[in-house]
Design a protein around this ligand. Structure first.
Ligand code: G3P
Length: 205
């Protein structure tokens, strides 16, 4: 069981690193844009903050470009870079190639068990099912984690489930219970996970 932070704000990562429990960071183009920084500067700073597993989303309309960009980040950061790819046909092709090259991959935007299966068959290190976005359209995000976990367990699959789009402390706890190996959470959710109203009340007493 591991926890990652889902952010591109380096100071937010640095502030929470002393807990000693953060094992990785996931980023995406939206988070990078919100940080207002150049992507390559952000990646460098996150690695310098001591993160040893950083998901870096690569751009490209075809598998060849995705692979080439993935190789670039791998040559720069080695095993600390996990190449984040979309769950599309081109993304799956790129995942297969990178897995043959022993480069770590995080297949993102997973919304079904069948997508997770294909990514696992392509040798993905992680699959990232988006819990919150499924819940938002009236589907069952935690149910999806559970279905993927059962399927991977039956087939003794090495691909790990990295639950993403987690918007509350409870949904992170539920994702672990459903079988997620890793939860990536925004810093607000990370902070909420350590607090409880009765803990505060107990301290006050
Ligand atoms: O890791 C993916 C995550 O950043 C997406 O979260 O809340 O935009 O669905 P959200």
């Amino acid at each position: 069981m591991k926890i990652f932070l889902d952010t591109a704000i380096v100071t937010d990562i640095e502030d929470r690193m002393p807990t000693g429990i953060i094992k990785g960071v996931t980023t995406n183009p939206t988070l990078i844009r919100r940080s207002g920084e150049d992507p390559d500067v952000v990646y460098e700073e996150i690695i310098n903050a001591g993160i040893t597993d950083l998901s870096i989303e690569v751009k490209g309309d075809d598998a060849e470009t995705l692979v080439a960009n993935g190789i670039l980040y791998n040559s720069k950061y080695g095993d600390k870079a996990t190449i984040k790819l979309p769950c599309t046909v081109e993304g799956i092709k790129a995942c297969k190639t990178l897995s043959i090259l022993k480069i770590k991959t995080n297949m993102t935007l997973i919304f079904s068990v069948s997508q997770a299966i294909l990514c696992a068959l392509a040798g993905a290190t992680y699959v990232s099912p988006f819990v919150g976005r499924l819940d938002q359209i009236g589907e069952d995000g935690i149910g999806l984690i559970s279905q993927i976990a059962t399927t991977f367990c039956i087939h003794d699959c090495k691909t790990q489930i990295l639950a993403a789009s987690l918007r509350s402390a409870q949904s992170a706890a539920d994702a672990y219970e459903a079988g997620a190996h890793i939860c990536t959470v925004p810093v607000e959710v990370f902070d909420d996970m350590s607090t409880h109203v009765l803990t505060d009340k107990g301290l006050a007493q």
